[in-house]
Ligand binder design. Structure first.
Ligand code: BGC
Length: 244
C-alpha cells in the first residue's frame, strides 16, 4: 500500500510516499527545518504546505513524533513545543486536512522499519534501536515484538537526561570530536546494556551514515550495527505502522 510517511523531529521534518510492503520511497524525500516556535498549529501548517500539498497527497498518513504517543495522542514532548502534550494528532489531521493519520513514537517507527523489513536481521531476544539526533530515541523489541514508548534517552546521567550528554545535537553544540563523543556514547551504551542485556543494538538516526567513522571507538558487549534504512527509517516505519 502507498502511504505518506512523515517524521517529525526536533530539528527537521521529513516526508515521502512509501510502499509499505517493500519500504521503498516512491517520491522524493522532502525535508525542512523545524521552526523554533514548534507549536502544533505552525508545524501542521508547515507539513501541509511543504509535504502534503507538494506531493498532492490525499491518502493515508503515518506519522512519527518525538515523544510518548498512545493511541495517536501525545503524552510528552522534550525537544519540541510543550503545546503538543495532550494533542490527538490523528484527530487534528482529520479536522484540518480531512486525512486519515496514524501516529506513533519516532524511534518506535524507525525500529519497526528495521525489524519488519530487514529480513537479514536476527530479531530473536531483545533488540534495541537507538536513534541519535536532536534527542536520543529508543525502541525495544522482544522476539520481534515492540514494547512501545521506551524512553531510555531520558535515563539519568550526571544529573540530567542521557540525551543532554550524548545526542548528536550535543556533539555538534559542544564541538566534540568523534572520539570524544564516542567515549560518552560508550558510557551510555554500557548503562543501557546493564539494564536490558540486548542481543543486538541498532544504531540509527542522522549520524548512522557516519557509523564507520566511530564504530571502532564504541565499546559494548552486544553486537552493534548501523540502521539499514539510516535516517529514512523513521519515515518508512511511520508508514508501515499506519497499515499494520
Ligand atoms: C523523546 C523521545 C524521542 C527521542 C528522539 C526524546 O527526547 O523523549 O520520545 O523518541 O527524543 O526524537
Amino acid at each position: 500500500m502507498e502511504v505518506l510517511g512523515i517524521d517529525i523531529g526536533g530539528s527537521g521534518i521529513k516526508g515521502a510516499i512509501v510502499d509499505t510492503k517493500s519500504g521503498k520511497l516512491l517520491s522524493d524525500k522532502i525535508r525542512f527545518s523545524t521552526r523554533d516556535t514548534s507549536t502544533p498549529k505552525l508545524i501542521l501548517k508547515d507539513i501541509n504546505d511543504n509535504i502534503i500539498k507538494k506531493l498532492t497527497w490525499n491518502g493515508k498518513i503515518g506519522c512519527g513524533f518525538p515523544g510518548i504517543v498512545k493511541e495517536n495522542k501525545i503524552y510528552s514532548s522534550a525537544n519540541i513545543s510543550k503545546k503538543w502534550v495532550g494533542v490527538n494528532l490523528k484527530k487534528k489531521f482529520f479536522k484540518k486536512f480531512d486525512l486519515e493519520c496514524v501516529v506513533c513514537n519516532d524511534a518506535d517507527a524507525a525500529g519497526m522499519a528495521e525489524i519488519t523489513l530487514n529480513k537479514d536481521l536476527n530479531t530473536k531476544g531483545t533488540v534495541i534501536i537507538i536513534t541519535v539526533g536532536t534527542g536520543l530515541g529508543t525502541a525495544i523489541f522482544n522476539d520481534g515484538k515492540l514494547v512501545p514508548n521506551i524512553e531510555f534517552g531520558h535515563l539519568k546521567m550526571y544529573g540530567d537526561c542521557a540525551e543532554k550528554y550524548t545526542s548528536n545535537y550535543v556533539r555538534k553544540k559542544q564541538n566534540l570530536s568523534w572520539k570524544q563523543w564516542s567515549k560518552r556514547f560508550t558510557e551510555y551504551l554500557l548503562f543501557v546494556e546493564s539494564l536490558i542485556s540486548p542481543n543486538l543494538i541498532i544504531f540509527g538516526g542522522g549520524i548512522s551514515k557516519y557509523f564507520d567513522e566511530f564504530k571502532s571507538d564504541l565499546k559494548c558487549n552486544s553486537k552493534i550495527i548501523p540502521a539499514h534504512y539510516k535516517n529514512d527509517a523513521g519515515i518508512i516505519g511511520a508508514a508501515i505502522n499506519s497499515v499494520k
